[in-house]
Design a protein around this ligand. Sequence first.
Ligand SMILES: NC(=O)c1ccc[n+]([C@@H]2O[C@H](COP(=O)([O-])OP(=O)(O)OC[C@H]3O[C@@H](n4cnc5c(N)ncnc54)[C@H](OP(=O)(O)O)[C@@H]3O)[C@@H](O)[C@H]2O)c1
Length: 433
Amino acid sequence: MERQTVRLGIIGAGNVGAALVAMLLDESRFPALLEAVGAPLSISAIAVRDASKVRPGIPAKLLTTDPLALATRDDVDIVVELAGGVDDAYRYVHAALSAGKSVVTANKALIAAKGTELEALARLQNVDLIFEAAVGGGIPILRALRTSLVGEKIHRVMGIVNGTTNFILSAMASDGADYGDVLAEAQRLGYAEADPTADVEGFDAAAKVTILSALSFGTSLEGAAIARQGISAITADDVAFAKRHHYVIKLVGVAERVGEFGISMRVHPAMLPEAHPLASINGAFNAVFVEGAKAGPLMMMGQGAGGNPTASAVLGDILEAGRNRLLGRRSATPDVETNLHMIPQGELQSSFYLTLDVLDRPGVLAAVTSVFGDHGVSIRLMEQSGMGDEARLTLVTHLALESDMTATLEDLQTVDTVDAIGACIRIVGEDLA
Ligand SMILES: NC(=O)c1ccc[n+]([C@@H]2O[C@H](COP(=O)([O-])OP(=O)(O)OC[C@H]3O[C@@H](n4cnc5c(N)ncnc54)[C@H](OP(=O)(O)O)[C@@H]3O)[C@@H](O)[C@H]2O)c1
């Protein structure tokens, strides 16, 4: 490229876009950015939906309401997609890549839905498609996986990658409060959406696991079958049990190698021993814990969301894409490994925590434990607490196959003295604590 400026077209000036523009216009950072790219950065245009909104710090003359035109403008080298959503963002990013622009995006939903197709287009065009902020906000974990750890055989990546659920579970642990009360408080404080489903049922974390797995193992970015369980069934009693037994309940996203060619991807609440590195990640913080064959265990933690942390990660991508454009190259991305297969959830092993509300009658314990025995699931701990005519049984199993535990749960539903079955939570990470 002969020009001496790398020119940006930014789509979106919301939380992340506005923070990014402020960083790009901060003159005290110009020398560092110039040094990193090899040429100055400039902003050619910023697309928004409503150009009449008051936007402090955003030069009005740069605003446009036509993101598709911005994506293909001659005076744009890198398109930065910070609008969100899937369908419109896909059109903008597809148009930009087709026009030979490099693309930086923070949009995990787009990458988890269309990433393989868009990456193929970026390769064809010899341009970058970089999306660091799509996982873990300000934590540069994807770059670490793409560069420093690219030669490492990774066994497992396990992350707390959703700040809303971590905020809720942390508050339940510190206050002893119920899920519903903490969720309402999180909504009041702006940590949870009015409709919290994507966060609390694990959809957001599943999109991030898809991306982490693609960069760690070469799995496809599209159509990943991720087993998913959210946190809405977790009660204050579950959290209290965890505390008494030195565990912490976290929503974890896991991608791991099983044998040489098997991969498991899942999102579920987990009881982690208090000494596990992820157990101390509280509030809205995120962290990703990686286990590599030679590197051993390592962890990065930081702000999983927020305008400034996310924009910081986006800026890092812009610098990488800008340098690449000047050098006429693109950053390497892992090939999709076609010989990997997904391991069915039932074939995995775990210890499980479970509560059962049962009628307080003679013979109930024998009926319950015989169901576990029928499926070869052995019990390592059982507590009983009275509740009038009922009793609450809290059980922890030894390692068991998930398929055996599922069959146990199904049969427990048919035992007439079992009134209710509570959250079934996997106990993980005991080997690392
Ligand atoms: N916020 C975070 O902490 C965070 C963390 C990690 C990743 N991300 C990702 O970053 C992206 C942006 O998030 P955000 O929080 O900054 O969102 P946001 O505050 O809702 O801002 C979205 C911006 O995009 C503009 N926009 C939306 N649709 C548009 C369209 N069709 N045409 C033109 N402009 C359009 C909006 O314009 P108006 O201003 O006119 O409405 C707004 O400026 C999302 O993909 C999100 O998942 C966010």
